[in-house]
Ligand binder design. Structure first.
Ligand SMILES: [Zn+2]
Length: 230
C-alpha cells in the first residue's frame, strides 16, 4: 500500500488498498476511510518526520487517529511509510462491576498495561489483582481459584510447560522479582486465564444470584396480586 499526500489531489490511497483494523470504540474489525488529512502546503514547508491522519471507522463512524512516518518529501507530494501507530488501542473489556472494589481497580490497570503492549507490567498487575481476589474470596480463596485455573488449563488443552509461567504469575509465592518474563503469546494466554478465573469466582456467582433475586421478586409481586382460586 502506498500512501501519498499530493498538493493537487490530496490523499492518494488506492481504493483496492483500503485497510482495516480493530476499532478502539466498537471493537469491530472494520474498514476505515480517511476523514481528515493535514494541509500539504504546511507539510512541505515544515517537513515533520511524522504525520497524523484521522480515519473513520466504517462500522461505527468513530474517528481513529493514526500516525505515519514520512518516507520522502517530493516537490509537490509527501510519501508515507505504510506502517502506522494507532494512537488509541482497543480496550479489553470485562464486566468489572462484579469484582471486589480493590480487585477491580488493579485488574483495570492490568488490562490497560496489556492494551499498551506492556506485557510484563501486565503480568505484575495480574499478580496483584489475583492476590487481592484471593483475599476477597476469603478462606481457601487461593485454593479455589487454583482449581478454577487448573480446570481452564484442562479445557483449553494447554501443556504443563507452556502453562508453568502463567501459574507462576498467579500463584507463585515469591516476590515480584521472581516473576517470569512473558512474551506477547504468553501474555495473551494469561489474559484469558485471568478473565476466566475472575468469571468463575465472581461474575458467575454475581449474575446467578442477581438473576434469582429478580425471579423471586416477580413471583412475590405476582402472588400479591393473586386471589386464592378455591
Ligand atoms: Zn468502530
Amino acid at each position: 500500500m502506498t500512501i501519498t499526500i499530493e498538493r493537487e489531489h490530496g490523499l492518494r490511497q488506492h481504493a483496492d488498498e483500503q485497510f482495516g483494523l480493530e476499532c478502539p470504540y466498537c471493537n469491530v474489525y472494520s474498514h476505515v476511510s480517511a476523514q481528515a488529512v493535514p494541509n500539504v502546503t504546511a507539510l512541505l514547508r515544515d517537513k515533520p518526520k511524522h504525520v497524523g491522519l484521522v480515519y473513520q471507522c466504517d462500522a461505527c463512524n468513530a474517528p481513529i487517529f493514526l500516525r505515519f512516518a514520512v518516507k520522502e518529501y517530493g516537490t509537490d507530494s509527501v510519501e508515507l511509510f505504510q506502517n502506522f501507530v494507532e494512537l488509541e488501542r482497543p480496550k479489553e473489556r470485562f464486566p468489572f462491576s462484579y469484582l471486589p472494589k480493590q480487585t477491580e481497580i488493579l485488574f483495570r490497570e492490568a488490562l490497560s498495561c496489556y492494551t499498551h503492549n506492556s506485557f510484563n507490567a501486565f503480568a505484575s498487575m495480574c499478580r496483584r489483582s489475583a492476590m487481592s481476589a484471593f483475599d476477597a474470596i476469603g478462606t481457601d480463596g487461593k485454593l479455589r481459584a487454583f482449581d478454577e485455573v487448573m480446570e481452564a488449563q484442562h479445557i483449553a488443552e494447554i501443556d504443563d510447560d507452556s502453562f508453568e509461567p502463567i501459574k507462576n504469575v498467579l500463584f507463585g509465592a515469591g516476590n515480584e522479582d521472581d516473576l517470569p518474563l512473558l512474551n506477547r503469546a504468553q501474555a495473551g494466554v494469561l489474559l484469558e486465564v485471568m478473565k476466566d478465573m475472575f468469571y468463575q469466582c465472581f461474575v458467575r456467582r454475581g449474575k446467578l444470584s442477581r438473576a434469582i433475586k429478580v425471579r423471586r421478586f416477580f413471583v412475590q409481586e405476582a402472588s400479591k396480586g393473586m386471589r386464592p382460586s378455591a
